[in-house]
Every structure is written in C-alpha cells, then in structure tokens.
Design a protein. Structure first.
Length: 180
C-alpha cells in the first residue's frame, strides 16, 4: 500500500468524525518518517501503517469496539491492503495483549500474523511518542495521560498499565537504534 493512499484512507475515516484522533495520526506518521534512516526498505511500510494504525476508532468501521482488530479487518477486507500493514495495525502498541484482555486474542492471532519485532517496536515508538494532539511527547508521559483520560479501571487504562513495561522496552530499543 502506498503512503499517499494510506493517508487518504485515514483522513477520510478520521478527519471529520474524530479530529483529535486525526491530529494524533498525523503526528504518528511524522514520527514514522523520522525513523526512515533506520528502517531501510521498510520505511514506507511503517509510514503507511502509522497513517492507518487508529482507523479502527472510526465510527463507520468500529464493529467490535477493539480498534486494532477493527482497523486491520477493514484494511484487509475493503482496501486489499498489504498483509504486513494489516499486521502492524492489528498488533500495534500492545494489540495482542489488549485483544487477549477483551477475549479476542485467538481471533487476532488467527487472522493476522505477528509482524517482525523491529517493526512492531517502531510503530509502538511512533504511537507512544506522539500526544493525542499530534505533538512529540515522552513515552512515560503518554502512558500517564492514557491512564488519566481513561481511568485505571477502564480496559484501555488497565491495558496501558499492564503493558507499559514492554512498551517502554520497545521505545528504548528504537532509541538505541537511532543513537547508533
């Protein structure tokens, strides 16, 4: 899937209905572009996935209410997207763990093959270092913001708390690649 097509899909699904989510998405895509020097041939793949990572929140396609799976299914079923893009959307930022907490782990794992760890780290880094408004943010601050907005007892807040160590490890691995 080409980057421009990914951007168009995300804009169509998010810009009007979820403008703050659209701002976040634009920031995540910008973060992906900044990672291009360490991604090599996968730079466009990651940027496309970054544009599309949160489309599952769009009211028109949010059928299960679990945005990674809703977004990945939409891309697979209606956009004939590259399976690697679909996998990055499905698994981004703790997608499999979140799916397990919602009773959808077998579904997600059965429908989408897990992406390579480096690319999963990269999309997690982009997501966690971008604020809801699309600005750069510290990953720890981002997780604290998620818990504040949703609450520690909400599934999203619980997921952020239980996954934060692995998320921070992903961020550190990407930071190490950037520094080398």
């Amino acid at each position: 899937m080409q980057v421009e097509r990914a951007r168009q899909i995300a804009e169509t699904l998010l810009a009007d209905s979820l403008p703050r989510r659209w701002a976040h998405t634009q920031g995540v895509a910008a973060a992906a572009r900044r990672l291009a020097p360490i991604l090599g041939d996968d730079a466009e793949l990651l940027e496309a996935a970054a544009w599309l990572h949160d489309i599952g929140y769009a009211p028109d396609i949010a059928h299960l209410g679990f945005h990674p799976l809703d977004g990945a299914r939409y891309l697979r079923d209606f956009e004939n997207a590259d399976p690697r893009v679909c996998a990055l959307v499905a698994y981004h930022t703790g997608g499999l763990q979140g799916a397990r907490e919602c009773g959808l782990g077998d579904t997600l794992g059965g429908e989408f093959t897990a992406p390579p760890e480096f690319l999963l780290d990269a999309i997690t880094y982009c997501d966690l270092t971008t604020s809801p408004d699309g600005n750069e943010i510290d990953a720890e601050e981002r997780v604290a913001d998620i818990v504040r907005r949703y609450g520690a007892e909400h599934p999203v807040g619980k997921g952020a708390l239980s996954s934060s160590r692995s998320w921070f490890a992903s961020v550190r691995r990407i930071e190490a690649h950037l520094a080398s």
